[in-house]
Ligand binder design. Structure first.
Ligand code: NAD
Length: 333
């Protein structure tokens, strides 16, 4: 299968690319390697992919392209005739979307449009893309189910992701393009994203700095381990859009939650990190921040049933794996 993975130097894109490298697949990756967080971390991930492909003689081709650049993307699509597109490139992060919304418009709306439009033009078999649990906003009943109203996003980041789902619906409906949107819930693990709380806390605890605990540590997130996300993505890519799951209007459009349904309280996250780091943290308690939601919890029954998935790793084990990786990567004893 010829698979295009956008954002392949990012956290989820990296793990997915590594796990899809094989004799059977031709993997094409693009990323603009922007400096939202450590470019070194992105380049290290990319080097790992390239080394692994080279050592095993697996096909991997990387191109530094910004998905907002339609002309360059078009040339790449024209040359390579992909079967599947997995769009993981995006400007992620909730707080940064308050500071720099234009970046989200460029990558998450224009970039997304370019990819879905080209996927239509080149008759891609399956267009799979990342959405987010943030589309559920604040007032929704938990665990979140896909069919509840998501018309009231609280952050611009969530608004751009919601717009992806709406654009996908129009393309599936107008052009019969099979699209699968995945609402990820707090994905974490080795090679993770330095802007996320579990990563920032780990760094600060090691440096004996104060960690900022929002909402006095009371809120919770549905932590979903990277291997569970990648294994699910692999099955979805392999099986593709299942016609039996077409919606009632017979449009090849699907939206799924992809989360563990095992929420972890912020204060317990800190406890686990302290245990694995063997360091007591110094905490600065703060009120709930602008744009923050209280809790997230996924009802993932639909995707588990349709694709026969399993989520195996609980936060305790997943965070232990993360801390081990963090120490190794940063050469900390
Ligand atoms: N990690 C999570 O908890 C989580 C939760 C919900 C949704 N998501 C979504 O999943 C996807 C992957 O997230 P991630 O955690 O791996 O984030 P990430 O920031 O590590 O990866 C995104 C990658 O896309 C690249 N990128 C950004 N804008 C680009 C552009 N215009 N052109 C080309 N490349 C660009 C970045 O350089 C980065 O390497 C994103 O769409 C994100 O919004 C992630």
């Amino acid at each position: 299968m010829k698979i295009l993975i956008t954002g392949c130097a990012g956290f989820i894109g990296y793990h997915l690319t590594v796990s899809l490298l094989s004799k059977k697949n031709k993997i094409y990756g693009i990323d603009n390697l922007n400096n939202y967080y450590s470019v070194k971390l992105k380049k290290d991930r990319l080097k790992n992919i390239e080394d692994r492909a080279k050592n095993n003689k697996f096909f991997f081709k990387f191109k530094k392209i910004d998905i907002s650049d339609f002309r360059k993307l078009n040339i790449f699509f024209q040359k390579n005739k992909f079967d599947v597109v997995v769009n993981l490139a995006a400007q992620a992060g909730i707080r940064f979307s308050i500071k720099k919304p234009s970046q989200y418009l460029k990558s998450n709306v224009i970039g997304f449009f370019n990819l879905i439009d080209l996927s239509k033009n080149y008759k891609i078999k399956n267009f799979i893309y990342a959405s987010t649990s943030s589309v559920y906003g604040m007032k929704n009943k938990m665990p979140f189910k896909e069919n509840i109203n998501t018309d009231f996003p609280l952050q611009f980041y969530a608004a751009t992701k919601k717009s992806n789902e709406v654009i996908a619906h129009s393309y599936s409906s107008l052009f019969n393009l099979p699209t699968i949107g995945l609402r990820f819930f707090t994905v974490y693990g080795p090679w993770g994203r330095p802007d996320m709380a579990y990563f920032k806390f780990t760094k600060k605890i090691i440096n004996r700095e104060f960690i900022e605990v929002y909402n006095y540590g009371k809120h919770s997130r549905d932590f979903t381990y990277i291997d569970d996300v990648v294994n699910s993505l692999k099955i979805i890519i392999k099986k593709g859009f299942l016609n039996k799951n077409r919606n009632k209007d017979n449009i090849p459009y699907l939206i799924y939650n992809l989360g563990n349904n095992l929420p972890l309280k912020l204060k317990n996250l800190i406890k686990y990190l302290e245990t694995y780091l063997k360091i007591k943290s110094k905490k600065k308690y703060l009120s709930l921040q602008d744009g923050d939601v209280l809790d997230t919890r996924s009802n993932s029954k639909k995707i588990i049933r349709d694709y026969n998935l399993k989520f195996k790793i609980k936060p305790k084990k997943g965070l232990e794996n993360f801390v081990k990786w963090f120490k190794k990567y940063h050469k900390i004893r």
